[in-house]
Design a protein around this ligand. Structure first.
Ligand SMILES: [Mg+2]
Length: 183
């Protein structure tokens, strides 16, 4: 399906972009995984533009022993079936890093490892690809990987970096999808 060498992708952060963040805690069950309703519209728009879609998520709760990889797979299986039911599409790839922040893992955002390994596997042209995130660490990881960066959240959270695109809400991004992704 995606066999050319210049595939374009959108990398998605998870908590805060796909589902509501649990402040100060980890989402460790399907019951706690509440998908943001506007995400379905965003995902539908982006997949209709021909992007490969890849989830890249830090899940330190695994390293802390608060949930297992099996728990995480159940949540992501639920996500995929909800996406399919609501949009007719699913993520092409889901990657996670369960390391602790203290481990300085190159795969853990703000490092770009997860993006770079997926780019190699999917033959992705990074310059024509994007990351969407709600934290500064997503933007830094995107910059290090060489993708265009889209921030959705409170701009005052950005103290060190300036994303290529900045939106206060999912709705604002959805309204700008064509101008952002079809440049
Ligand atoms: Mg996030």
């Amino acid at each position: 399906m995606h066999d050319s060498t210049n595939n374009k992708a959108v990398f998605f952060d998870r908590d805060g972009i796909i589902n509501h963040r649990k402040i100060g805690d980890y989402v460790s069950s399907v019951e706690e995984f509440i998908i943001i309703p506007e995400f379905f519209d965003l995902f539908r728009e982006i997949t209709s533009l021909g992007f490969i879609t890849i989830l890249v998520t830090n899940q330190q709760g695994i390293g802390k022993g608060l949930m297992s990889i099996y728990d995480l797979r159940i949540i992501h299986h639920h996500l995929q079936s909800e996406l399919l039911r609501n949009t007719g599409a699913m993520f092409d790839d889901i990657r996670f890093c369960g390391s602790l922040s203290s481990e300085n893992d190159f795969r853990r955002k703000p490092e770009p490892g997860m993006i770079l390994e997926a780019a190699q596997q999917w033959k992705i042209d990074l310059q024509s690809s994007f990351i969407i995130g709600d934290m500064q660490s997503d933007i830094i990881a995107g910059n290090k990987a060489g993708v265009q960066t889209i921030f959705v959240g409170n701009p005052s959270d950005l103290t060190e970096v300036k994303p290529d695109f900045c939106f206060n809400s999912h709705i604002e991004l959805i309204q700008s999808v064509l101008s952002v992704f079809t440049l």
